[in-house]
Design a binder for this molecule. Structure first.
Ligand SMILES: Cc1cc2nc3c(=O)[nH]c(=O)nc-3n(C[C@H](O)[C@H](O)[C@H](O)COP(=O)(O)OP(=O)(O)OC[C@H]3O[C@@H](n4cnc5c(N)ncnc54)[C@H](O)[C@@H]3O)c2cc1C
Length: 478
């Protein structure tokens, strides 16, 4: 019987447990146990529902292009729950000089498919428009000069489109997803598709145009997918497949030690009694956040621990709700939401982004009601994190009113605030090379696997793909 421990009960750990449980039910000789430090499962994925509002505390959907989350949801019988973003109203705004300016239609991140959509766009100056046009003309030069080494996202965008595109949309878009600094983020790790497009076409615009030609008249698939009753449904459906006696909540992994061919995993037994429990396993999967994994790994192999990303950004979120009566007294722009280029500190917390939740996805709020979810990241998140929910909600409301104009009071009873400290690891330049080295160290230690968002992608589809593949490798062949 192969005994396997899974440490961490976020989406990565639960997906690995699900895959192992499938094999166990098929008769594989596996005895798995999951240990979660907190008193709930799901980690950053968390949905609350109240008075017809579906409020996400963490992720609110996944990128439709990546199939792995959808496949898992279908497998779990959630096919009828899958919904797409309302792409008819898809627009993202950028706050420029205090005004929300729409990004032109048909852009993929900062790359336009059709240069004519930039004409008349108040977002860009003539200099930026010329830089876009020149990128298409420089296709062969860009292809010939494709760098041999990894570089920062900032350097990649600068080479293609120049400073204005970088500061106005490149940096805010990337910060909206990774919460990080474009000057240090690795382009190969966070924008691999764009790197491949450059290798093939030189010009990113030319690459999008070629893709559009291949697509022909087929409709563009929706940008995001989610579940009608929130992503918590995915967690619930996974947990429903797992025997409860294998899910150990409020049990932190404290240390791990080699003993012969097995690992001795020490976990907290009962948080209130401060006792610890020790168990042997043939294999341990760490699906913990990077800081926890680094601490567990350091005594085994300090060099391996040092290869785990050290920088991570924090997020503080507030979802503000207006029931229909209050919502009818104000209007907002049509679209999915807005991004705020981060200016130098003004002393007050700056928003990173806002999502017009009820416009982005259907069924997130009762008819006529409104939900806007705002994010603080970077230093603003760190400053706000220790503050009370009320202070954070008030800061969110004040910033939102500055951007959208006067707003009626939101419903305080429905407001949700979440803090996710150091939740988004920064994949810095050279990340992929470091991950190869980390894999070599882990292989040497033997019978260990690192899962979660510190290594091969931060989005739900990547984490699901990775966790399933890793768990399958552990299934003994009959
Ligand atoms: C605000 C925000 C919005 C996001 N939006 C999106 C989105 O829209 N779409 C998308 O695809 N991705 C999004 N992401 C990214 C994605 O949500 C995360 O990368 C993902 O949920 C991380 O899952 P995980 O299982 O790796 O880690 P986690 O969810 O962090 O789970 C790790 C678990 O390990 C537990 N743990 C910690 N230490 C120990 C220990 N010593 N012993 C036992 N257990 C321990 C923790 O309690 C936790 O439950 C977002 C992230 C954030 C922060």
């Amino acid at each position: 019987m192969k005994r396997i421990a899974i440490v961490g009960g976020g989406i990565a750990g639960l997906t690995a447990a699900y895959e192992l449980e499938l094999a166990r039910k098929r008769g594989a000789e596996i005895d798995w146990h999951l240990y979660e430090a907190g008193d709930r499962l799901g980690g950053i994925v968390e949905t609350t529902q109240s008075q017809g509002f579906v409020l996400e505390g963490g992720p609110d959907g996944w990128v439709s292009e990546k199939p792995w989350a959808r496949e898992l949801a279908l497998e779990l019988g959630l096919g009828s729950e899958l919904i797409s973003s309302n792409d008819a109203t898809r627009k993202t705004y950028i706050l420029i000089d205090g005004k929300l300016q729409p990004m032109p239609d048909g852009m993929r991140m900062m790359v336009p498919e059709d240069l004519s959509t930039l004409e008349g766009s108040p977002l860009f100056s003539d200099t930026a428009r010329k830089a876009y046009a020149a990128e298409l003309e420089r296709a062969s030069e860009l292809r010939a000069k494709t760098p041999e080494q990894d570089e920062s996202v900032a350097s990649f965008i600068l080479r293609h489109f120049g400073e204005e595109v970088l500061t106005k949309i490149g940096a805010p878009l990337l910060s909206g997803v990774f919460g990080g600094d474009v000057k240090t983020l690795s382009v190969r790790a966070v924008m691999p598709n764009f790197v491949s497009m450059e290798r093939e076409y030189g010009s990113l615009i030319a690459a999008l145009q070629a893709k559009a030609k291949t697509r022909g008249s087929r409709p563009v698939p929706s940008l995001f997918t989610t579940l009608r009753n929130g992503l918590g449904t995915l967690i619930d459906a996974l947990v429903a497949q797992l025997p409860p006696e294998r899910l150990n909540l409020s049990r932190s992994a404290l240390s791990i030690k080699r003993q012969g061919k097995r690992w001795l995993l020490r976990t907290s037994a009962f948080a209130t009694e401060g006792r610890t429990s020790k168990k042997h396993f043939h294999h341990v999967l760490f699906a913990t956040p990077i800081d926890a994994t680094r601490a567990l790994l350091a005594p085994l192999d300090a060099e391996a621990a040092a290869l785990i990303p050290t920088d991570a950004s924090s997020a503080v979120l507030a979802a503000l709700c207006w029931p229909a009566a209050a919502a009818s007294t104000f209007s907002i722009l049509q679209g999915f939401g807005f991004l705020v280029p981060q200016a130098h500190s003004t002393g007050e917390p700056q928003l990173l982004a806002g999502t017009f939740v009820d416009q982005k996805f259907p069924d997130r709020a009762p008819a006529g009601a409104r939900v806007i979810r705002v994010f603080f990241g970077g230093p603003s998140a760190d400053t706000l994190s220790p503050q009370s929910d009320e202070t954070i909600a008030a800061a969110a409301f004040a910033q939102l009113a500055k951007i959208l104009g006067p707003l009626p009071a939101s419903d305080a009873a429905l407001t949700t605030v979440r803090r996710w400290p150091r939740s988004l690891p920064q994949y810095e330049v050279g990340h992929l090379e470091r991950m190869v080295q980390l894999d070599q160290h882990i292989a040497k230690l033997g019978d260990l696997t690192l899962l979660g968002n510190g290594y091969r992608g931060v989005g739900l589809p990547d984490l699901i793909r990775d966790a399933r593949a890793a768990a399958r490798e552990l299934i003994p062949t009959a």
